[in-house]
Design a protein around this ligand. Structure first.
Ligand SMILES: [Zn+2]
Length: 159
């Protein structure tokens, strides 16, 4: 192997390691009743709503609700901090994290969430439709969730 080939091979190994490292970030278990919400500082208590945000550097931040995850996401974005991934809990399935990009989130009328807006996550469109049948409301997109939280908590005024 020539020097150049060696360098190329070494670079490939480094890049592969970096890729595996990135993909390796995963949500951490939430200790309900003990862990504190990184946004509102309340104890994370309800096992159906625990949420997490993982930064590009691999730091795992924990939240008691989708509301707080969305608010924290906007706060990080304003500080240009890159987000690796966002995680929400499958409603009624404690410990079952869903990638927020793949989860179906319902703005429920008759299902309380820890921070009061009524954001509930489930794993499929079918489950979301059933939830809407049960508790009213509608399916919302992540971009819309940010708007809903901004308006409900008057975030633009307080910043
Ligand atoms: Zn919170």
């Amino acid at each position: 192997m020539s020097n150049r080939q060696m360098t190329a091979a070494f670079l490939m190994i480094l890049m592969t390691a970096a890729l595996i490292g990135c993909a390796g970030y995963a949500p951490e278990e939430i200790h309900y009743g003990t862990d504190q919400c990184d946004y509102c500082k309340m104890t994370i208590a309800d096992q159906s709503f625990g949420s997490e945000l993982i930064t590009q550097k691999g730091k795992v931040l924990k939240y008691d609700s989708i509301e707080c995850l969305a608010a924290a996401d906007m706060a990080l974005a304003s500080k240009s901090q890159d987000v690796h991934s966002r995680w929400v809990t499958d409603f009624g399935q404690p410990g079952q994290f869903l990638d927020a990009n793949k989860a179906w989130i319902v703005l429920a009328e008759r299902q309380k969430s820890p921070m009061g807006i009524g954001l509930v996550a489930v794993s499929s469109e079918e489950s979301a439709a059933k939830l809407v049948d049960d508790v009213g409301g509608r399916i919302v997109a992540w971009s819309e969730i940010k708007e809903i939280v901004t308006v409900a908590w008057k975030l633009e005024n307080s910043n």
